[in-house]
Write a protein that binds this ligand. Sequence first.
Ligand code: SF4
Ligand code: SF4
Length: 119
Amino acid sequence: MPWINKEMCTGCQTCVDECPVGAIFMENGTAVITDDGCIRCAHCHDICPEDAVRHDGERIPEEVKAHMAWVQNLLNHDYYAHDKDKQKQLIERLQRYFTKNIKVLEKTIEQLVFLKNSK
Ligand code: SF4
Ligand code: SF4
């Protein structure tokens, strides 16, 4: 999913005008991509004069941080906060949850490779 770095966007609106499905709008002087509307054509990457349309991979540290903030919030819940055994059990459950997500993504990538090879 492409995203727009607000620090780099000058608000020229080129991407808004050229997105083939109208998935980009202006908000407070910078462009924003709507997750639901975007068809992942990558045209906005190619035409932004400021290189402000960025790739998903750059968000990995931010997403990991968000996951860990979620985990920490759970650990701080009254149910867990004063019980180290419950905290450990929760962490193990979350490890299983994220491991399951890895498997889902690996299987999806396998299917995508299969789909590409069938084209
Ligand atoms: S083309 Fe680039 S600089 Fe112009 S509005 Fe879009 S993201 Fe911002
Ligand atoms: S990737 Fe394509 S559809 Fe998505 S916001 Fe950019 S130009 Fe629009």
